[in-house]
Write a protein of this length. Sequence first.
Length: 440
Amino acid sequence: MPEPTITGDSAAAIADSVRDLIARGELRPGDVLPSVRALAAVRGVNRNTVAAGYAALAAAGIVETRRRGGTVVRALVPVAGEGASALGDAVNLADGNPDPALLPALPDLRGYSTVLYGSPGIDERLGRWAERHLLPDAGPDGALVLTHGAVDAVERVLSAHLTRGDAVAVEDPCFLSSIGTLRLNGYRPVPVPIDEHGMTTDGLRAALRAGVRAVVCTPRAHNPTGASLTARRAEELRALLAAHPEVLVIEDDHFSALARTPYRRVTPVGTARWALVRSVSKFLGPDMRLALTVCDRDTADRLRARPAAAAWVSHVLQHLVAGVLTHSATPARLDHAARTYADRRRLLTDALAAHDLSWSEAADGLNVWIPLAGVPEAVVVNALADHGWAVRPGSLFTLAHGPAIRVTTSTLLPEHADAFAARLATTLASITSESPCSPA
Ligand SMILES: Cc1ncc(COP(=O)(O)O)c(C=O)c1O
């Protein structure tokens, strides 16, 4: 096929020409553009003109510049999400879902009346519930906004304030969809190591020094490690962030109603732009695409500044969520679910301990994170799959962290715990003994 011809004598015209070639399919993802020098010679223009055209394309996320590989047409970034498919007969310890049997029953739709264009955005009962149960956690100046879940909230809050190429601090390891959101939108993830007390102070300090414009933090029941902030750690992080009031702080408190650990705020009082996001996915089910977000007023205005139909969270959904949240039986149901998840998690960690295996010591949420100390995780995941156990490879959740696996315990049966731990111990022992580096 002949080389596609890039035309134009100005930076804007060269950039437009590349866009046209991509739109016509004459340039495809992965294709390398001519070097700046070569195109400048062909077009008879200054190299700076071509470089400016390419820079505009890179800033728009249309091409990317690779150090040795030149300027390349960007491909769609594949991003993983929660859930797991094609498990066959394997025991599902992979999907990150809540146990459907532990979700409160939904009320019927009696009392719902048709909502038309121009009606208020937030269901009255839901708004009142948020005033009592959510707004106090965020201080007196917060405004309530609804989104289609936490992932939607995080993406929209980031895009309200950031542009492509901006650096964003995230825990490492990190929730899959947060990594996906950063990659898809062209933000630069800056990994902040996490220990059993949450994001580390040194890690956040380094990220702030590196010039991050936003921090996304999971205050408790971190996915995948289960870490929750202690009062002391939260205070340390708050003190660091207080010196950077221009940095946007997003707290993704996804496990809220089920958490065994209290919410500890990391957003300092002086931070100008912030959001506390509470999804209902974990305690009412991920199909209830709704998160209650309380944020500063500027951010709230930006989130609302969309065509009303785009910001609209269905009132049918709001009615159902408000019905569950205000039902007298709900606190007991949620308490039962929280205790059951904690028990199932402990079943697995006790079994791991009995087989001399170690895991991330943090203890809340639906998952157990097992670092693999240098053992290749794909080998472990495949070996477990061969014996009927589906888990997720840690690399899906990590930016710089070493090999690990994530085990979802939300539906773990008592008889699974020891069988799984025994299989993992055998697998690791056999891989280690086969390794050329292992002692004879
Ligand atoms: C850290 C974190 N945030 C948010 C969510 C839920 O996101 P959404 O409300 O979009 O379903 C999850 C679900 O696994 C999670 O682990």
